[in-house]
Design a protein around this ligand. Structure first.
Ligand code: GLN
Length: 454
């Protein structure tokens, strides 16, 4: 299996992988073989996996898609990487992504864009663009991704694969290079909901090395996420938010999503009209909170501790400045500036604090429809993105990129689980994703609902 995928990766010209090492992979495969022979295998032993280059790995470079970390090798494995290793999975290498996971098209990687396997002129989505492209092109059967504001769901949608962002705190952030810590969440991407369920079961669970990991008493327990895959959907109530079908949604995407909703009705579900009135505020709120946290997280890249250091500086200040100017790309620099600004004394209340208040209102929107005895729906469905994948190089305005995140940001701000499953094709035969959002800890339900879709 490992050789099959390594050969496919070698022949591919998508730029999905940043680091492949045949010898390392084959050594892991040999270990898996030994384990199978010894009778100590798990169901995932010997199955290849590849990691978004946001997860640090002991043997492979960990770049976060940035020149700043171009030659960085971590002294330890991220918890997620270690868990898959412990299950006997075989690593195929590291996957391209937007620099520090900031982006929606994989065009912000210091190592070049990734091509969408369905149409090489199109972006694969981002920031987990390499991950999504690798699965779609059958370069890996399953991969890891991270989602801060849509980075698992949106590339899954653009590449016609399945991806799930779990409830915030389900999957350990230890060893996941930080972007916005209160939003960052790792998750699996694969061809099917069933594969995602198997991967998520191995990936999730309490980790004492991550301070926001959910403790067992908070629900951070090991679960078999495939347990409900075959449950019938009779009586399922699907909330359809009117804000997700308004102005800005392309007709081809709307048609594919509506056809998917019809199929769920055939499967026994009922559609319930709901409203998530603060949806449009998710863009300004997210684009203050995420950069604020990023500006703080990225202060560690100073040329002293790890990564790139500029040559030819006058003094310490000059070394910091040159290192950061050379090491960070334009989008990362923009976010550091925005984040520093909104955290400034004098602006903090007007911007950062206000954004946090809006975040709570967005969370309450979801709570009102999904939570408690007054809940009107079991899951929410809608599009993942307003359009299918756009052409490489066609959307250079950063704000245009931000606006395309409208349907994914609020789930992240609320910390809820969300997933994308393929639901047909739109313009230019580019894939469309259906988004399924659930209450906290409802991953098994989402995977069940996804698995029943034909
Ligand atoms: N597109 C969003 C951003 O640029 C989300 C990225 C993510 O989820 N990592 O921040």
């Amino acid at each position: 299996l490992a050789t099959h995928f390594l050969d496919r990766i070698e022949k591919s010209d998508l730029n999905a992988f940043l680091h492949v090492d045949r010898a390392l992979t084959l050594a892991e495969a040999a270990e898996a073989d030994a384990r199978i022979a010894a009778g100590t295998a798990t169901p995932l032993t010997g199955v290849p996996i590849a990691h978004k280059d946001i997860f640090v790995t002991k043997n492979w470079r960990s770049t976060a898609g940035s020149k700043m970390l171009a030659n960085y090798v971590s002294p330890f494995d991220a918890t997620v990487v270690a868990k898959f290793k412990a299950a006997g999975m075989v690593s195929l290498g590291k996957l391209n992504c937007d620099e520090f996971a900031m982006g929606s098209a994989n065009e912000n990687s210091a190592f070049g864009p990734v091509k969408n396997p369905w149409d090489h002129k199109a972006v694969p989505g981002g920031s987990s663009g390499g991950s999504a492209a690798a699965v779609a092109a059958r370069l890996a059967p399953g991969v890891t991704g991270t989602d801060t504001g849509g980075s698992i769901r949106q590339p899954a949608s653009f590449c016609g694969i399945t991806g799930i962002k779990p409830t915030y705190g389900r999957v350990s952030r230890f060893g996941m290079i930080a972007f916005a810590s209160s939003l960052d969440q790792g998750g699996p991407m694969a061809q099917t909901a069933e594969d995602c369920a198997l991967l998520l079961s191995a990936m999730a669970g309490f980790d004492e090395r991550d301070s926001t990991s959910l403790m067992p008493e908070q629900g951070g327990i090991d679960e078999d996420f495939s347990r409900d895959l075959d449950q019938p959907l009779t009586g399922l109530r699907i909330g359809v938010p009117k804000e997700y079908f308004g102005e800005g949604l392309a007709a081809d995407v709307a048609a594919a999503v509506k056809a998917a909703l019809d199929q769920y009705v055939q499967l026994g579900a009922t559609l319930v009209d709901i409203s998530l009135p603060n949806t449009k505020l998710s863009i300004p709120a997210y684009y203050m909170i995420a950069p604020a946290e990023a500006s703080s997280n990225l202060s560690r890249f100073d040329g002293v501790r790890f990564g790139h250091r500029a040559d030819g500086y006058k003094d310490l200040q000059d070394m910091y400045k040159k290192t950061r100017a050379e090491g960070f790309g334009p989008e990362v620099q923009r976010r550091i500036m925005v984040g520093t600004y909104v955290l400034c004394h004098g602006y903090y209340d007007a911007y950062y604090l206000k954004a946090q208040r809006i975040r709570r209102l967005i969370q309450q929107d979801f709570e009102a429809v999904l939570n408690g005895p007054d809940a009107v729906c079991d899951v929410i469905m809608g599009p993942v993105a307003p359009t299918v994948a756009w052409d490489l190089g066609s959307k250079s305005d950063p704000v245009a990129n931000y606006l395309a995140d409208i349907y994914t940001l609020s789930t992240s701000l609320a910390g809820l689980p969300g997933m994308s499953i393929p639901c047909g094709f739109g313009a230019n035969q580019r894939p469309v994703g259906l988004q399924i959002i659930g209450n906290y800890f409802a991953e098994a339900k989402l995977l069940n609902v996804a698995h029943q879709y034909q």
